[in-house]
Ligand binder design. Structure first.
Ligand code: CTP
Length: 405
């Protein structure tokens, strides 16, 4: 999945021939899953039509402070547009627009929005080769870099003037790659490896029966997605679940029993920076597994069970620098029991679920959790979607690294 997915992109188009390429650019943003709004300078409308861009972006296109045809004369709020965006891209950025950006010469909606935007701003210059090399243009680039804006350098090749050299706006595919690389580099968990356990475990009784539980695996899969969005590489060790992941930064390892989950965790724990055990691991398993289907005979039947290995305890013992997060599912004396688990399992943080809370626990899209740190700071959270809870958990991981950097 592209890092641009879900991002709100404000595309500012100024009046150069390269404006015709912005149709492809908008298309590529939409394909990457981004939301796009377009602002055009009046001159750019000679090179590409607002209708093309509004059709591709699925949004109205703005180019003036208010719409003359609109009887209500509502103004196009540049402050709102600037605040809406996660990222502003000015492409093509002509010498004229660059100079206006440098001087705050606010005579069109694009510059007014640029001055209002709080998000990161990128610009892709496009002009003839001598204009590109002119000291005035170079001075504009330097000043804009000082403002914190990022240049997407022009490429070399045939120019509209017939000359050949540097000045062509970067190709739309290259602009997208540039933005993706730059955004990925800045992700807060870039370079971090995270092990996550998810789902139930099945403990075999005989070839056709098992002891299991109602865990769907959703919480663990949502944590994996959230971690990957933040730049981490994820090893997701999951018990039997119908869930799947198409995400290439998530290495999904499927296991069945507690022993298999234990073995997979032992193999991978040494390689990771963070481990989050969200699986509902069976605490007991049948002492022996019948090799043939058990036939019904007596009116009563019992299975002798023995304890499984506690994966989290073993990780707590192996822990070096890893940040270790466990879950606790409780039905009574929740806080006290969770605190005991923090100590017993040598955790840095526990995520407590109480089955007494409505909307918490297995097979629901929501969860109601309480964070408890190893210093016993208790932080109850409101009822949220599991995807939001996953983001909250990952924010705790980010804060841990921010505090320790
Ligand atoms: N856990 C584990 N291996 C086990 C059992 C549990 O790794 N064999 C992990 C779970 O993934 C969870 C945490 O331990 O992160 C706590 O699980 P929970 O079921 O709440 O507690 P238990 O330790 O099993 O204790 P009890 O059932 O007695 O409350």
């Amino acid at each position: 999945m592209s890092v641009l997915s879900g991002k709100k992109i404000l595309l500012g188009i100024s009046g150069g021939i390269a404006a015709y390429k912005t149709a492809s650019l908008v298309r590529l943003f939409i394909k990457a899953g981004a939301h796009v709004q377009v602002i055009m300078t009046p001159a750019s409308k000679d090179f590409v039509t607002p209708l093309t861009l509004s059709t591709l972006s699925k949004n109205p296109v703005y180019s003036t402070f208010y719409n003359e045809d609109d009887d209500n004369e509502q103004w196009n709020n540049h402050v709102e547009l600037g605040l809406w965006a996660d990222l502003m891209l000015i492409a093509p950025a002509t010498a004229n627009t660059l100079s206006k950006m440098v001087n705050g010469n606010c005579d069109n909606l694009l510059i007014a929005t640029y001055l209002s935007a709080k998000c990161p701003v990128y610009f892709a210059p496009a002009m003839d080769l001598d204009m590109y090399k002119h000291p005035s243009t170079i001075a504009s680039f330097q000043t804009l870099k000082q403002f914190g804006n990022t240049i997407i350098p022009a490429e070399s090749g045939e120019l509209a003037s017939g000359l050949s050299g540097e000045g062509r706006m970067a190709e739309p595919e290259n602009i997208i790659s540039f933005l993706e690389n730059d955004l990925e580099r800045q992700l807060p968990l870039k370079g971090k490896r995270i092990l996550i356990t998810a789902g139930p475990t099945y403990e075999s009784i005989d070839p056709v029966r098992f002891i299991g539980n109602y865990s769907s695996g959703k919480m663990g899969f949502d944590i994996a997605e959230s971690a990957s969005k933040l730049g981490a590489t994820v090893i997701l060790i999951s018990g039997p679940t119908h869930l799947n992941s198409q995400n290439s930064s998530i290495n999904l390892i499927r296991v069945t029993s507690a022993q298999e989950m234990y073995d997979a965790c032992q193999t991978h724990f040494k390689e990771v920076d963070v481990a989050i055990c969200a699986a509902a691991v069976a605490d007991y398993k049948p002492k022996t597994i019948a090799s043939q289907k058990i036939k019904k005979s007596d009116s009563e039947f019992s299975i002798e069970l023995e304890k499984t290995k506690d994966i989290l305890v073993s990780l707590g013992q192996m822990k070096k620098n890893q940040f270790l997060i466990g879950f606790a599912l409780e039905t009574e004396n929740e806080i006290e029991n969770a605190k005991l688990k923090i100590q017993k399992k040598n955790l840095d943080l526990i995520v407590l679920n109480s089955l007494q809370d409505k909307g918490a626990g297995f097979a629901t899209p929501t969860n109601k959790i309480t964070f408890i740190t190893k210093d016993f700071v208790v932080e109850p959270m409101p009822l949220k979607l599991k995807t939001e809870v996953a983001d909250d958990i990952m924010n705790k991981v980010i804060s841990h690294y921010e505090k320790n950097s």
